[in-house]
Design a binder for this molecule. Structure first.
Ligand code: GLC
Length: 412
């Protein structure tokens, strides 16, 4: 039998308290978040960028075949998508490419050259003739100051990307230049979108009533239509950078060791890229205090969100499970608080049923995650709809909207 004052139990109790998001934290979170939304919309100093996108919602009648390029994590994806013209679509083919680490952190031009060359290989592999013209939607899941439906400057990298010479530049122009250098002139980049917007567009193509787009994966973010500014313009909140919530010593340690210190604090507490690292930092602390024998083997980021998810779903490892539970349940509650903040921004009385298009491995795969989120949102009329791979498909839909492709012929 364990002694009553078992030091591990005491440590875990204290840890749970540090990571707990109680009703008061939830309320304070919403107040602070909405203040930051208001400031961001007014272009005042705010941790929420509140970026306008130049996207119109689809009618559901857009038709034709499009290419989609989805870049936002360690992989990028190319897809050929067929829109039926009647609220359904088919992914005709898809290829996933790993971005070599040195390209994520090296010269930005090389990153875009790599993407362009993989696009070329995609055309060849899928036997898509270069004699035809293809419309392409580009999902670029970083904070971008959009200047048009197919143009926008990268404000700064997030999620571990550091490639030089991209921040401040138009990412569509960089992609077009790279395509031109490789003599791929059959692709026209017709749309640029954030993954949250892509996710919202994908569900909006299928359902008329979709309200918000949320990503809970490697990174986290959301978009929604802002009724108070120009008619329903879709705002990319870039909520990953929100910083007015109660953090812990582990969040501070993680942030201090990161190369974007002080930025993306909400993302660093919530998203899949960081949960494993928070877990590792907790174990390292326990090892230092002599409570466990060994910390996690390997250095920073040697534990992934997926590793945590494995621990949560496997039998055994009660200590690891408990810590993983503390970290992931805070993530789910914080994510729920952010969703609540956006939903209550427009509908304070919580009356309207809101459909939220959502994608990302945390929501989709992490054991118990969505249940925790939903239990935290039980007094709000919200329905989550998983938009699997919505980010990329949505870019194809935006490209179709941009081309005004209602009832028009195939583009592939
Ligand atoms: C990061 C990016 C944001 C993106 C999110 C989810 O927060 O800054 O643009 O939407 O990750 O991929």
């Amino acid at each position: 039998m364990k002694p009553k004052n078992d030091p591990i139990d005491i440590y875990l109790k204290d840890l749970s308290e540090q990571f707990e998001i109680g009703p008061k934290d939830h309320k304070d979170f919403i107040t602070a978040f909405q203040q930051e939304m208001a400031r961001g919309l007014k272009k005042e100093q705010s941790s929420l960028k509140m970026i306008s996108s130049f996207v119109k919602r689809p009618t559901g009648r857009e038709k034709g075949r499009y290419l989609a390029l989805d870049l936002g994590g360690t992989n990028f994806r190319v897809m050929a998508v067929e829109l039926s013209g009647s609220r359904s679509f088919k992914v005709l083919s898809t290829s996933k490419y790993v971005i070599p680490k040195e390209l994520m952190t090296g010269d930005g031009k090389l990153l875009f050259d790599f993407i362009a060359s993989q696009l070329g290989s995609f055309l060849d592999e899928k036997r898509l003739s270069r004699a035809q013209a293809y419309g392409l939607g580009f999902t670029f899941s970083f904070p971008v100051a959009q200047t048009g439906v197919n143009s926008g400057r990268l404000i700064h990298w997030t999620k571990g990307f550091k490639a030089k010479g991209v921040e401040g530049n138009d990412v569509v122009a960089m992609l077009k230049d790279a395509l031109q250098d490789q003599k791929i002139d059959c692709i026209s980049v017709d749309a640029l979108a954030n993954d949250t917007v892509g996710t919202l567009m994908t569900k909006s193509y299928e359902l008329t009533e979709c309200y918000m787009g949320v990503i809970l994966g490697t990174g986290t973010n959301a978009c929604y239509p802002e009724e108070k500014s120009r008619e329903g313009v879709i705002i990319n909140t870039e909520w990953g950078n929100f910083n007015k919530f109660r953090s812990t010593i582990f969040d501070e340690r993680l942030d201090q060791a990161s190369h974007n210190k002080g930025e993306q604090l909400f993302e660093k507490a919530v998203s899949g890229m960081y949960l494993g690292e928070i877990f590792r930092l907790i174990l390292a602390d326990m090892a230092e205090k002599g409570l466990v024998q060994e910390a996690v083997n390997g250095g920073a980021y040697s534990m992934s969100g997926e590793d945590l998810s494995q621990i949560a779903s496997r039998e055994g490892l009660p200590l690891f499970k408990k810590i993983a539970g503390i970290v992931s349940s805070r993530s789910a509650k914080l994510a729920a608080s952010a969703v609540a903040s956006v939903l209550l921004w427009e509908d304070k009385n919580k009356k309207k049923e809101r459909i939220v298009a959502i994608d990302g491995s945390l929501y989709e795969k992490y054991p118990g995650y969505r249940e925790t989120m939903c239990s935290f949102l039980k007094d709000i009329n919200v329905r989550f709809e998983l938009a699997k791979d919505g980010s990329g498909i949505g870019a194809a839909i935006i490209a179709a909207v941009a081309r005004g492709a209602n009832d028009k012929g195939a583009k592939i």
